[in-house]
Design a protein. Sequence first.
Length: 329
Amino acid sequence: MNNGCLRIIGIFLAISLAIALFSVAWPILLIALLALLGYKIYEGVYFHGSKFADIKQRIATHIKDCNELNEHIESLKKVQLGIDQARYGTSDYHDKSQWKFKRSELSKIKSAPYVYSCSRTICDNSRKNPMQYVCKYFGFKADSETLAVFEQMLNDFLAVEDGKKGLMAQRSEILSSLSDEVPKVIQKFSAKRLEKELGFEEVDLSDAWYPKFVFQYVSSGGNASTENVVTMDVPNTEAMVNYLNDRIKWAKSVARQRSLMTRALRKSILERDKYTCLNCGVSVSDEPHLLLEVDHIVPVAKGGLTSVDNLQTLCWRCNRSKGAKLDVA
């Protein structure tokens, strides 16, 4: 028996088996389909009903507060760093050679603000001294202005981490308070829609937003490539703060007055101020999930130093209001 006959017999047996299984399973499938349809109708009726509308109206203020905090957290993520490697112009490189299939690595060439195309030696060495190489090849000078940028970035990143934890705890607390009012079946099978219908905005809990500096090597022949990515997360941002501080030649008077914005300093300011906003007086004892931030009383842009006597604790609402006033000014 040849392969063609075997293939036909195999197809015939597979079709026969599928028909047999369907004839047995179709009543079960029909019941499941009807159950799903019935639940969807029940779900729609519940979310458009007066009882759910009353719940939504009653907690609207809490939902609004959560969403505003979420917006504030997202605003803290927006950073602009480094020299733009695309400032020299960009181009689209295509390999038109006859042996293109042997040069697959050429497709990895990137043209982006935080990507530096370099030799293999630079790419390899950037693994050993990432902060030194980021400064050298992305145009960061070891001066007080650059240090202030990274200190503010670190301060914001720490606030983001605290804010995300507090935000999710606050959302969970609100949903838990509704556990006796919202039907269990809705809580179990429609949890995502419940949050959306209540008005919660989506929260980004990923770490993809951290700035990344990429050292990229692609051989001229297109047959080899390496890449080193330096992600400026909290540990690396703090490492950059320390690296820059070690290389700045401070005047003695400034060195005595200035502190270094680190996790330790931020914590010490919060503890000194008893985890209380010095503007409105709200504290974590009033709001357990309150986001508190460390703020420069006199902004760095106006000559203020990162020093203990120029730092204060503000809640995120007051800090956001202060920032808005400074932007207007």
